[in-house]
Design a protein around this ligand. Sequence first.
Ligand SMILES: NC(=O)c1ccc[n+]([C@@H]2O[C@H](COP(=O)([O-])OP(=O)(O)OC[C@H]3O[C@@H](n4cnc5c(N)ncnc54)[C@H](OP(=O)(O)O)[C@@H]3O)[C@@H](O)[C@H]2O)c1
Length: 323
Amino acid sequence: MPRHHEDSLLPTSPIDLKRFKFVGSKEVNRAWTQGAQIMGTVPTIQLHNGIAMPLLGFGVFQMTDEEAEQSVVDAIDIGYRLIDTATSYMNERAVGRGIARVGIAREDLFVTSKLWVADASYDGTITAYQRSLDKLGLEYLDLYLIHQPYGDIYGAWRALEDLYEEGKVKAIGVSNFSPARLTDLMLNNRIKPMVNQIETHPFHQQVAAHELMQAEGVVHEGWAPFAEGRSGLFSNETLVAIANKHGKSVGQVVLRWDLQREVVSIPKSVRRDRIAENFAIFDFELDDSDMQRIAELDEEKKLFVDHEDPAFVKMLFSRVLPD
Ligand SMILES: NC(=O)c1ccc[n+]([C@@H]2O[C@H](COP(=O)([O-])OP(=O)(O)OC[C@H]3O[C@@H](n4cnc5c(N)ncnc54)[C@H](OP(=O)(O)O)[C@@H]3O)[C@@H](O)[C@H]2O)c1
C-alpha cells in the first residue's frame, strides 16, 4: 500500500504546479479510511474558461453495460474523478447507474460525453445533449464534445455555445479535429473549444497538434493512451526498460508521460487491478532522458482510423444507434 503522505500525492517538475489544483481530496481520504488499495488525488489542468479538468480520467469505450457500470464504480472508488463516455458507446445508462451507485457528490465528478455524427446540427445537438443527460441521470455535463469532425459541425458548435452560455454545460470541445479543422472552428466562432480529444500514445504523439493547442489554450486530451495494446506497446523494449528503472509498469510509464506533457489521459480497463494500477502514477517522475527516449518512439502515424478516408466517413454515417 502506498504511503499516505501529502508530498507523495503531488506531481513533481517539470509540471508547472501553479497550473494545477487538486480535487477530490475529501473522497480520497474517505476511500483511504475505507481501505482502498490505491490512493492519490488527481491533479487538474485549467481549461480556458477556468474549469478544472482532471489530468487522469477513465474511459469506457468497448464495454458491455455490466462492465461499464461496475468499472465506473471501481474507478470512482479508486480515486478517478473524470469519466469519459459517448453516445456512440451505447453505455451512458450503465455509466449513470455506476455513478448513482457510488453516491459521490456531483460536483466532485467530471463527466464527459460526446455528440454522435447523426446529431451534428443545431437542433440535433440540443436534443442529443438532453438525451445524454437523461440516460446518464445527470443535470449537466462537465464536458460535451463533438465526437467527429463531420456533419453540420458549425450548427452543432453554435448549439454547444448556446448550451454553454445558458449554463447547461460546464465546458465544450471537440474530438478528432485536425489542427486545420480546429483552427477553422476557432477562427469562425464566438467560443474556442476548451478541449480537443485526439488519438495520442507513444507511437502517435501528436507533437504539432499539441503545440498548436498549447499555443491556443485548448487542452489536449489523448484517447487510446495504450494504443489498445497495438504495436506491442506493453512489451516495447524502451518502455519496459523505463518501467523497470522506476519499478513501475509500462502502463504507468505511459500515463506518467502523458501527465508530464500535460495531456489528459483516459485509460480504459474492465479489470479492477488494472484500473488501480493505472491510477498509481503520482508517486514517481520520468526524467529528461526517459522523456527523450519515449519521444523517439513516435512514428507519427494513426494506428486506428484515418479521418481523411471517405470509407470511414461513410461507415460513421451508416451506423444507426439504438435509443
Ligand atoms: N474520441 C474518440 O474518438 C475516442 C476513440 C477511442 C477511445 N476514446 C476514449 O479513450 C478511452 C481509452 O481508449 P481505448 O479504450 O480505446 O484504449 P486504451 O485505453 O489505449 O487501451 C485499453 C486496452 O488496454 C488494456 N489495459 C488497460 N490497462 C492495462 C494495463 N495496466 N496493463 C495491460 N493492459 C491494460 C485493456 O484491457 P482490459 O479492459 O481487459 O483491462 C484494453 O484492452 C476510451 O475508453 C474512450 O473513452 C475516444
